[in-house]
Design a protein around this ligand. Sequence first.
Ligand code: G4P
Length: 526
Amino acid sequence: MADIRKEIEKRRTFAIISHPDAGKTTLTEKFLLYGGAINLAGSVKGKATARHAVSDWMEIEKERGISVTSSVLQFNYDNYCINILDTPGHQDFSEDTYRTLMAADSAVMVIDGSKGVEAQTRKLFKVCVMRHIPIFTFINKMDRDAMDTFELLDDIEKELGIATCPINWPIGSGKEFKGVYDRESQKIHVFSDTEKGTKEGEDLVLSMDEADGVLLEGQKEKLMDEIDLLDGASAEFDQEMVDKGELSPVFFGSALTNFGVEIFLKHFLKMTTSPLPRKADVGMVDPMEDSFSGFIFKIQANMNKAHRDRIAFMRICSGKFEAGMEVLHVQDGKKIRLSQPQQMMAQDRKIVDEAYAGDIIGLFDPGIFSIGDTVCMPNHKVQYEGIPTFAPEHFARVRQIDTMKRKQFVKGIEQIAQEGAIQIFQEYNTGMEEIIVGVVGVLQFDVLKYRLENEYNVEIRLENLPYEHIRWIENEQIDMDKISGTSDMKKIRDLKGRPLLLWVNSWSIGMTLDRNEGLILSEFGR
Ligand code: G4P
């Protein structure tokens, strides 16, 4: 038991999120470099990233094995066992990010110092705030000309509605970048370009006076003024507020040149938390409980095209997991044996024999799991609260081009929907003939089309529908025929047969409620 406790205590499980190109991959690589998990940075994934999001996604699809293996990584550093969860960098996939955040205990937000919070990322970062987990900010690319530091912090506070607390402070940027000032020790960590970060950096730390020869003219005065201002104006560090996700500790650095990465890692690991208790039907479940339990937060099919396999990613919430153990799949009510669970280590996937609360493992899924499902010991049943489905904002009717391939089409679209990449609906009174797809971001339409063609050999045509608003009908017993709506309203059902309403205009929702007494609508599908 003592061993299990020790293992769980040293775990740190966090998601890393950023706008494409802000440096998430580079930072992750540098973490691995410090953890000794890779020898040379630059090997996590081929650098064909998001110039253009769609083509990027397809590129990633081509390299699926690689991109997926790097989506969950585990490595050891300084007696910690670290699990990093990668998230898609485009806000059209913010639902995916939300699910990943459900499996994390904290989040690291990477921001490009020259750009601040970018328009496309706003929504992505906001889902982070919705989860109320600690959020740490790494402001990257300080070796390039950056925005004014106060402006950067202001931007984060305004955009995300979260207070910031700089743990260190940059001295210059771009060609004039000289390092960071550590507010606690009041020392300066001097910037050095460690051969573009292929080596771990040697940290030169100087006192303010010793740094005179290093800083450019006027930099010291500016720094002292800024620190004075900061001490007066910014929020003080408060661990409790950090824990609640109300205050984000901010760090500055340059992932590419390796500067500031280890300083960040060291502080971050101390400030972030070991696996947190999780809410279940029986109350909060302590990770230290000896009975194993976990939930599925992500499903990915066809990772290996040749095998048509499907992997369900599980976050272990309590106890110790052992390969081959017999567990209960709560939603199905069936006992199953989890053989060949996988874990991702840098570029490799490997079979794991054991894993602990906080860890993420990949389970072979013969099509039984859904997102949000609980797995636990048969004699110790718990059920974790589900993961809400985001309301889709874009809708299209799907037409199959070759109607002979009906079976593949239905199978493909259902499987992709089970992964949570899209949501499918039917017309309220016709059957499966007419399929309506709803997505949170339009990019998911491209993904659907691409995947149906490539994985299921089915060509489709999408006809955009004008609806933008969707609500689930909570009182399902209501007679759908009797609902009197507005002229822009459409009645549909989801795959489970639950009734829903679609509207073009948001004001029609209120009008529909007014016209139908007792109607209860919900923004989330459960
Ligand atoms: P992402 O995963 O968030 O999309 O970003 P990624 O790490 O792929 O970084 C995007 C680009 O920014 C890369 O350049 C990377 O080298 C560069 N970069 C990352 N961190 C820093 C930094 O601290 N300073 C500077 N100056 N650049 C940084 P690229 O040209 O797209 O790729 P590559 O050809 O250099 O590999």
